[in-house]
Design a protein around this ligand. Structure first.
Ligand code: SAH
Length: 242
C-alpha cells in the first residue's frame, strides 16, 4: 500500500498508508476522518498537534525497504551535483543492493540499469521499484566486474567492495566525458580504485570527497547542533572518461 499522508510533529514524522482507519502513534491516535484532510493541522485524541500533508516521492523514499546497506541522501545529492545528470541522462548502477540509489536516480534521469549479483537482493529492489511506480529502471542479475552491456552511458555508479574491478567495464560503457562515481567506506579502497584509474589511460581522476552533514536543533533559543550525527558513511571518488 502506498503512503498517502505525512504527519509532521515537533519530534517525529509519521507516514500514513490506510486512510480508512484511525492512525495510532505514541502521542495518541488521529481519527480516520481527520486523515482525509490534505493540508493544515490535525490533533490526536491526547491533544498533540501535527501538520498533515499529501505524500510525495521523498516521503515514500524515506520508508524504502532496506536489505543491503543503502546509500544515504547526503551522498546521493553529491553524485547528482558533481555529475550534473538530468532527465536526458543514461545511468548504470552496481550493485543494486536495496535499490535505494537506483530508485532515487531513476526519479531524475531518463533511464537507469542496475546490476546485482545476488538474487535475494534483487527481490527487495523489485519491490522498491514497484512501490515507487518507476518505469525507467531495469535490473540485471549479473556480475558487473564481467562487463556492462549498455553503451553511451553518462554515469556509472559503483557501490560495491572492489570498484577497481569494474573500471574496464565502465570504460567500455561510458560516453566520452561520462563519469564514474565510486562509493567506498575505507581509505585503502579509495587508493586501490585511484591506482587502477591512473593505470587506465582512458580516465582522468577528478576528486575524492567525504560529505559531513550536521543537523541543528532549532527550538526557540535552543539553537545548536543536534547531539548526534552520522559520523561516517563513505568516500565518493569521481573520475571521468576522456
Ligand atoms: N547502492 C545500494 C547499496 C549497494 S550494497 C543502495 O543504495 O541500495 C552493495 C551491493 O553490491 C550488494 O547487494 C552486493 O550483492 C552487490 N555486489 C557486490 N559485488 C557485485 C558485483 N561484482 N556485481 C554486481 N553486484 C555486486
Amino acid at each position: 500500500m502506498e503512503i498517502k499522508r505525512v504527519l509532521i510533529g515537533q519530534e517525529k514524522e509519521f507516514f500514513v498508508k490506510d486512510l480508512s482507519k484511525d492512525f495510532h502513534t505514541q502521542f495518541g491516535f488521529v481519527k480516520a476522518k481527520d486523515l482525509k484532510k490534505k493540508s493544515g493541522k490535525v490533533k490526536t485524541n491526547t491533544g498533540k498537534e501535527f501538520s498533515i500533508l499529501e505524500s510525495s516521492f521523498i516521503d515514500a523514499y524515506k520508508k524504502i525497504k532496506r536489505d543491503a546497506q543503502i546509500m544515504i541522501l547526503k551522498d546521493i545529492a553529491q553524485i547528482i551535483v558533481e555529475t550534473g545528470i538530468n532527465h536526458k541522462s543514461k545511468v548504470v548502477d552496481a550493485g543494486a543492493g536495496s535499490g535505494a540509489l537506483a530508485c532515487f536516480l531513476a526519479h531524475h534521469v531518463k533511464e537507469i540499469v542496475t546490476y546485482e549479483k545476488r538474487k535475494d537482493h534483487i527481490k527487495v529492489v523489485e519491490r522498491n521499484i514497484e512501490s515507487f511506480g518507476l518505469k525507467n529502471i531495469k535490473i540485471k542479475n549479473k556480475d558487473v566486474y564481467n562487463g556492462i552491456d549498455e553503451k553511451n552511458v553518462d554515469l556509472v555508479t559503483l557501490d560495491l567492495p572492489e570498484p577497481w574491478k569494474a573500471v574496464k567495464s565502465a570504460s567500455k560503457a561510458l560516453k566520452n566525458g561520462g563519469f564514474v562515481a565510486a562509493y567506498v567506506p575505507t581509505v585503502p579502497q579509495v587508493s586501490d580504485f585511484v591506482k587502477e584509474i591512473e593505470k587506465n589511460k582512458g580516465f582522468v581522476y577528478l576528486r575524492t570527497v567525504e560529505i559531513l552533514e550536521r543537523e541543528w536543533k532549532i527550538q526557540g533559543r535552543i539553537a545548536r547542533p543536534k547531539n548526534q550525527m552520522i559520523a561516517h558513511t563513505g568516500f565518493l571518488v569521481f573520475v571521468r572518461k576522456v
